[in-house]
Design a protein around this ligand. Structure first.
Ligand code: PLP
Length: 416
């Protein structure tokens, strides 16, 4: 980054510091990852110079000879990898992708039925402070109070009662598999569209370690930057029958020109995700989460739903008498980065809730395995037991940094 260093030493220095931080910490935010150097190069290319409103061969600007080939290539890769009939690779991010789907298929005031935010759903699934909960009428299904898992009988009953136009299946803080086939059957029964939002689990689906929504959903949205390990961006996959409506909703309905450098980087990530190595990566994400969950439970932690079968762990810290925010901040001081999170039926406020949320996609990208996951769980236990003891936290921090030195990170050249 010599030109950047010359032109803008302040920004250069901040990027370098962030790079060092990403290398020296155990990053457990389940929506984060490390992209490859190839993805970074595509993201930082001259494609950022181009305007190309419209779609391949249907543009409003001349000069698209290479951009059209690029977007067509990425669309084909997306369709092939997921087995979808149609793909739109232009959404700027996951939330605008969901907004485009509602805009495409619903009228203002139609009813959306999504998973409640405090139960693991996403803001863009109709939560009241989101535009999606204000322009459309939203009803929200919870997880079961006892099992803290989706209760499909209760969801079916709610759908029969509420008659939504759109059902959203997908989550941002749910540690279990989602049964898209049951959601599909419920949606057909009540005459609703089914949107499967696989932002968190796209990489697991490709790896074959999570059930596939493609046979069951009318539309699928995903971010590119979570388990899929691509740039910040999103895709919409759908059936042919709704393809035109989806495309028109993205452009010109909601967005202007696509971010071509992102499109290219998504293409690179899709190519990487089509390899056997990526399938093994997905399997290891799940094995790592299982090992970490097992070690945490052995140490008396209360895991929401009693464990995990995906990449994500939600801990209810009530029995440890440490609020989630205090725990997350202490862990960060020890170099273990996670986020505080509400747990289902939380009695505390969202800005200072009872839980923390962990995930293994980023650490797995560094080649860490079950042994390291058990070690990290042991460190987390120490920090939370000594949450007011800065010396103890600093000692854990030393060990965390020492371990991180043994693992390179994709996209970050050590000593570069
Ligand atoms: C992350 C996420 C999104 C939103 O993605 P952004 O790119 O942050 O807008 C949407 N849905 C789910 C389920 C997510 O986890």
């Amino acid at each position: 980054m010599q030109a950047l260093k010359q032109t803008d030493p302040e920004i250069y220095e901040l990027i370098r510091q962030e790079e060092r931080y990403e290398l020296d910490t155990v990053r457990l935010i389940p929506s984060e990852n490390y992209v490859s150097k190839a993805v970074l190069e595509a993201s930082g290319s001259v494609l950022t110079n181009k305007y190309s409103e419209g779609y391949p061969a249907r543009r409003y600007y001349e000069g698209q000879r290479y951009i059209d080939q690029l977007e067509n290539l990425v669309i084909e890769r997306a369709k092939n990898l997921f087995g979808a009939e149609h793909a739109n690779v232009q959404p700027y991010s996951g939330s605008p992708a969901n907004l485009a789907v509602y805009f495409a298929l619903l009228k203002p005031g139609d009813k959306i039925m999504g998973m409640g935010l405090p139960h693991g759903g996403h803001l863009s699934h109709g939560w009241n402070i989101s535009i999606t909960g204000q322009f459309w009428k939203a009803v929200q299904y919870p997880v079961d109070r006892e099992s803290r898992r989706l209760d499909y009988d209760a969801i079916r009953e709610m759908a029969r009662r509420e008659r939504p136009r759109m059902i959203v299946a997908g989550a941002t803080a749910y540690p279990r598999q989602i049964d898209f086939s049951i959601f599909g059957a419920i949606a057909r029964e009540v005459g609703a569209f089914l949107l499967a939002d696989i932002a968190h689990i796209a990489g697991l689906i490709i790896a074959g370690v999570h059930p596939d929504p493609v046979p069951h959903a009318d539309v699928i949205t995903t971010t590119a930057h979570k388990t899929l390990r691509g740039p910040r961006g999103a895709m919409i996959l759908c059936r042919k029958e709704v393809a035109d409506r989806i495309d028109r909703a993205v452009f010109p309905g909601l967005q202007g020109g696509p971010h071509n450098q992102t499109t290219a980087a998504i293409g690179v990530a899709l190519k990487e995700a089509s390899t056997p190595a990526f399938k093994e990566y997905g399997r290891q994400i799940v094995r790592n989460a299982a090992a970490m969950a097992d070690e945490l439970m052995r140490r008396g932690f209360d895991l929401v739903s009693g464990g995990t079968d995906n990449h994500l762990i939600l801990i209810d810290l009530t029995n440890k008498n440490v609020p989630g925010k205090k725990a997350a901040k202490a862990l960060e001081r020890a170099g273990i980065v996670c986020n505080y999170n509400t747990v289902p039926y939380d009695t505390r406020k969202p800005f200072n809730p009872s839980g923390i949320r962990l995930g293994t996609p980023a650490v797995t990208s560094r080649g860490m395995g079950e042994e390291q996951m058990r070690q990290v769980a042991a460190w987390m236990d120490q920090v939370i037991r000594h949450v007011d003891d800065e010396a103890a936290i600093a000692r854990v921090g030393e060990e965390v940094r020492a371990m991180c030195r043994d693992f390179t990170a994709p996209g970050i050249l050590q000593g570069d």
